[in-house]
Ligand binder design. Sequence first.
Ligand code: ZN
Length: 267
Amino acid sequence: MPEGDTVWRTALHLDRALTGSELLGTDFRVPAHATLDLSGQQVVATVSRGKHLLTRIGEQHTLHTHLKMEGAWHLYRTGTRWRRPAHEARVVLRTEQWTAVGFALGIVEVVARDAENTVVGHLGPDLLGPDWDEEEALHRLLVDPARPVAEALLDQRCLAGVGDVYKAEVLFLMGVSPLTPVGDVPDLRRTVRLARQLLTANRLTPTQATTGVTRRGEQNWVFGRAGKPCRRCGTRVESELQGQQPRQRITYWCPSCQPVRQPRAPS
Ligand SMILES: [Zn+2]
């Protein structure tokens, strides 16, 4: 699933290609907006909010999209061939130069500009946002201190942008078991800062690497490496589904580098 860095970069590319141009054609291939036509309007901006994308069109509309699992925005020179099947397209925005196609998007909805808050207002501080607020993110993470840290980091209402890759990698680098209650993480502030650093470092490149090595198969410490030896200590990397059905998410960790801490003695 694309994480905050990928979404941030997608917003940048859409913004560069479309902003300031008039739409010559639009095609919303979702039932709610099948008859909507925004051609003739100018694209004002595309911005990311965590893993959400907002494309502002004309004075009144905002297109809200989310990549979810398989989604992607592609940019093509108008008139050139698409690289994914047309039946996967959920939205098409065409300008004279560029055609932006949103394939297999998890969310496609058009809302009024002044109603953007109804679709992204629930999000916590955006790790890659201009208005990032570390104190607020820490406060939100600690609202439920008993919750496992791996689940808390994924909760976009606490902080927006972390997905399974960064969750696993940050906890490995901090030596923290994913099962640790978020209130017991020894240095939660540093953990959050590290998540932000990793997302920031990766936001301009399509190859996501947390090890500093971009070669395929060497980009991550534990993510996607179940059963393989830990790069630091050689212990078998474990994986497990964490959280409540149906929202379970996979977690990877090294049991030696990320030992489960004994619960604090009751005071
Ligand atoms: Zn290890």
